[in-house]
Design a binder for this molecule. Sequence first.
Ligand SMILES: Nc1ncnc2c1ncn2[C@@H]1O[C@H](COP(=O)(O)OP(=O)(O)O)[C@@H](O)[C@H]1O
Ligand SMILES: [Mg+2]
Length: 357
Amino acid sequence: MYISQLHVEHFRNLSSQVVPLSAKINLITGENGAGKTSLLEAIYFLGRQRSFRTAKPKELIQQDKHYFRLIAKTAEPEHQIGLERKLDGHNLSFQLRIDRQPQKSPAALVKIVPTIAITAHSFRLIDAGPAVRRAFIDYGAFHFDSDYYRHWQHYQKALKNRNAALKQKMTKSVIDSFTPFLSSYGEQLHRTRTAYFRAFKPLLAKHLRALEFPFDITIRYTPGWNSDNNLSTSLSNHYEQDYRLSHTRFGPHRADMRLTVKGGNADNRLSRGQQKALILAMHLAQMDLIGEYGISAPLLIIDDIAAEFDAEKRNHVLHYLAKLNCQMFFSTTEADFFDKEIRSLASLIQLKSGAVI
Ligand SMILES: Nc1ncnc2c1ncn2[C@@H]1O[C@H](COP(=O)(O)OP(=O)(O)O)[C@@H](O)[C@H]1O
Ligand SMILES: [Mg+2]
């Protein structure tokens, strides 16, 4: 799958325009503030229905406008996707159409347009708390196992109910009534995540090697509870503690993955450039699995691709990425950063004050 053209309307500083896109490498250039990250953000929004730099979708609407709209044409397979967010008073409505059919949920779109992005915020995968890494695992697992999302929804619902019962200091029998659901869906999530990691690890190692990563990285999935016990035993073992603290302390909602290098945490043992290479390898491994188990090939977005890498690394990375069989969107302030060969493979999108020139 690739996006052959994107019509943007009132999104950030971007002028309303139709941007033709190449099936392979799209190199987005322009000065600071030209709208490079905004264009990548619009593409990301199509695939993920959210931004990578703000949790407030209102900020995406162009100043003094009350809606933004994205209309994408995809090829292999062909689809037309229309997405709109509109301000109605304080309410921000959401409208999605796939091939002119209104959709109640974006789940179908998430499958059609798998989107991987590496941006300045991606470093959080290494240096922020576990929620960011769980979201990364969940996105991979969502494409890896078609039942995962359903299990995840059931688990979240049971967790919310049990936590509400704990908070309201309900009787033990009421609190325990959520346990069978919670543990059965929780175990399912754990099984999928375990299988996902088994497939993920060798792919990560392969990409790290190809990127000439200088250290051994150990990546360890932690399920969120002591999985020597099944989840239902763990829940009953911690019942008193959960009751006192008014929430469920252990379970897949506390899962994480630990990245260690040279016996310490990756965030303080790696240079920024090495962190970027590690993040890139993790996303490439995730893309491989989406390509294998998902329903369409993922898009790869890299904002400010040249940042953190020296000239040699930059070209090495670029030549490695150029071999990937997917649609790519890279932004940079200077297209001249890249050698002739890469530039001959890429189609150039030059932005100035929000418009493609
Ligand atoms: N909602 C908005 N409406 C209009 N302009 C915006 C909005 N949000 C951000 N901008 C502006 O868009 C410009 C482009 O930002 P950005 O895409 O980050 O540029 P680049 O990545 O090319 O440096 C900035 O000048 C920013 O102030
Ligand atoms: Mg930018």
